[in-house]
Design a protein around this ligand. Structure first.
Ligand SMILES: Cc1cc2nc3c(=O)[nH]c(=O)nc-3n(C[C@H](O)[C@H](O)[C@H](O)COP(=O)(O)OP(=O)(O)OC[C@H]3O[C@@H](n4cnc5c(N)ncnc54)[C@H](O)[C@@H]3O)c2cc1C
Length: 414
């Protein structure tokens, strides 16, 4: 779906190559697109008439088990970071697909299996090395360039190229993890039970529910991921209503290491057609779950509707502490349209938009921009909220007044 034509693609090996690329872009008056993991369904990592800085060769990871920290290059994928961390029994909350980029995911939020225990990915960011539009190299942390550090944590790739991230790691060993699958026809029974469980879930339990139909086979199911970070027997008890109270067709929940859990989804093949749209929500009432089951089963669309609870550690971070816009939300709901045929584009896109509109009565603020193919029609001011958006704009004016970095959910300087 994404066909764009850059002027030039640069594949830097180190920070000085990134500086050279940005100085050249400035001389040649080219806007700059940045490719991290290349996973964003909006296709922002490539832009017409741009100079693309493709960071795929900058993926080095260094873990320090003493300080429980890790640094990684701006092009690292989650599998690059998870594996060396696990050698020391350490991890930081990351995405659920190993081939998603650390960069894009972190700069927009980061919801994963460890989020209730240890926060959003961006809550674990200790510092970043950034090359700005004029080719300067800056460090951003709570103590240095603090306003830039605030903006990086939620404002996306608007402010510069992050060439290095430094994360806090946590001890994560054997956990109870895996998936439960239920019949699509049982969605209206399964989803309320899952919602009730997750509404009061402790920090140790992460679970995401998805009602899903495969675009190729046409087969549908309801799926709940499970990650219990704690005593294994306590975990089995905590999810009893999902395993014994309901009738899963598959119960793949068992003791496993975090790295195994991170590999469970396999790979989402490139080349699929995608349109994703959703909202942060304050509640997940029966009416909304019934509407979801009904619309999804009837629509025949492929892809899924994903529900993510936002409880535990992220809720204990003050809303103004980072630029992330979903801090007051209790849930995140997203229509993930994924299909194969161009002729289905219009129907799939309209279904995703219509579902997103149907969430309006329960929305809190905007949507999760990391998932959004497009910002809502009301624009980024609504997505971020007026106050946060103005603060982001002030940072944008300071670090990128000419809007060199415009291939993103763009916070225009003016
Ligand atoms: C299959 C799949 C699974 C996903 N799972 C999760 C999940 O579990 N949790 C979650 O929170 N999100 C998830 N996401 C969403 C993910 O957070 C976003 O797609 C994110 O943008 C991916 O980052 P990337 O670096 O791979 O993407 P890219 O497309 O390379 O980049 C996305 C944006 O970030 C900018 N950018 C990239 N690298 C840098 C950099 N080094 N410096 C500055 N700007 C940069 C790009 O210019 C672009 O605007 C998933 C997406 C997919 C497709």
């Amino acid at each position: 779906m994404i066909e764009r034509h850059p002027e030039l693609i640069v594949r830097p090996l180190d920070i000085s190559d990134v500086v050279t690329a940005l100085r050249f872009a400035r001389e040649a008056d080219l806007p700059v697109a940045v490719r991290g993991g290349g996973h964003g369904v909006a296709g922002h990592c490539i832009g017409d008439g741009s100079l693309v800085v493709d960071l795929r060769l900058m993926r080095e990871v260094v873990v320090d088990p003493e300080s429980r920290t890790a640094t990684c290059g701006g092009g690292a994928l989650w599998e690059d970071l998870d594996t060396p961390g696990q050698r020391h029994g350490l991890a930081t909350p990351g995405g659920t697909f190993g081939d998603t980029g650390v960069a894009g995911l972190t700069l927009g939020g980061g919801i994963g299996h460890l989020t209730p225990s240890y926060g959003l990915t961006l809550d674990n960011l200790l510092g970043a090395t950034v090359v700005t539009a004029d080719g300067n190299v800056l460090t951003a942390s709570e103590n240095e360039n603090a306003e830039l550090f605030w903006a990086l944590r939620g404002g996306g790739g608007n402010f510069g190229i992050v060439v290095e991230f430094k994360f806090q790691l946590h001890p994560v060993g054997l956990l109870l993890g895996g998936h439960l699958d239920y019949r699509l026809e049982d969605a209206s029974i399964v989803l309320p039970v899952w919602r009730d469980l997750m509404a009061d879930a402790p920090d140790s339990l992460a679970s995401f529910a998805q009602i899903y139909r495969d675009g190729v086979t046409g087969e549908g199911l309801v799926n709940a991921s499970i990650a219990w970070v704690g005593d294994l027997d306590d975990g089995r008890d905590a999810i009893r209503e999902l395993t014994d109270g309901l009738s899963p067709v598959t119960n793949g929940v068992r003791p496993m290491y975090y790295s195994e859990l991170q590999d469970l989804y396999g790979r989402m093949p490139f080349g699929l057609r995608n349109y994703w749209s959703g909202r942060f929500l304050g509640e997940l009432p029966d009416e909304l779950l019934a509407l979801t089951s009904e619309q999804f089963v009837e629509s025949g669309t492929s892809g899924g509707v994903l529900f993510e609870p936002l409880h535990g550690a992220p809720t204990r971070v003050a809303s103004a502490a980072t630029a992330f816009a979903g801090r007051e939300a209790r849930w995140n709901a997203t229509f993930l349209g994924v299909w194969t045929e161009q002729e289905d584009d219009e129907r799939q896109i309209e279904t995703a938009r219509a579902y997103s509109r149907s969430l309006e009565p329960w929305k809190i603020g905007g949507g999760y921009l990391n998932y959004a193919t497009e910002a809502s029609a009301d624009g980024l001011e609504t997505e971020f909220g007026a106050q946060r958006f103005e603060r982001l704009r002030i940072v944008k004016r300071q670090y990128d007044p000419s809007n060199v970095f415009r291939f993103n959910h763009n916070i225009a300087p003016d």
